[in-house]
Design a protein around this ligand. Sequence first.
Ligand code: MN
Length: 266
Amino acid sequence: MKRLIAFCFFIACVAASLSAQAPVIGISSYNEASRCQVNLTYINSVRQAGGVPLVIPVTDDDDQIAAIVATIDGLVMTGGEDFDPLKWYGEEPIRALGVIAPERDEFDVKLIRAAVAAGIPVLGICRGEQLMAVAFGGSLWQDIPSQLPSSYVKHRQGATTSAYGTHSIDIEPGSLLYRILGKDKAVVNSFHHQAVKDVPAGFRVTARSADGIIEALERSGRLQGFRDGNGWILGVQFHPEAITGAGNPEFLPIFRELVGQAAARK
Ligand code: MN
């Protein structure tokens, strides 16, 4: 009997340590009316990749953000509204600017800066990729069609499903994204009218669409005002979570890499 109890205890300990090993991946959310929202595709993509998703509610409280950053092993910054151009990169808003969300801007910038300072791996998707420019000293095109008439590719796709890729991207050989996907070309979905304009110091462009729009960024060195230059940061302008969430595994390796980096840091 004693042996059986000891054996059960041993199994329980193994199970606890195994579950403790799965990294916790924070996922930024947004507020809509009186609800905290995030698309399930982000949550399901993190789960499919072996991570434990943890939805993070919008806050501007530094202590809350510090406590959350101390809890997570990795972070996904999600898609959404336009950033306030005057506040974050000193440009007057042009008429084609979309809806801005000042509370979320503040939250996203504080959260990514705290996560990067702590060396937590960060994956930014769509707005989350544009956030990398906003939070670390770069800027955005406020509206591609009106500011870049030569950009001929349709970046707000019209396909009936968000899981369907409509335009191609060229991926820089040797880059992080190239290593993750194992190819220098991909067809991606596209739901943006803004894009990164000035790339901040410490980042490099690793994918572009055929009309030259930035479709991926990754860390290449030290960021302005940050000591450590080793944290894993990847931003993509497309939506791998919509494709992964629909059961197509083509971009699942992006989430696997994030979860793997989070596990390694842990
Ligand atoms: Mn695009």
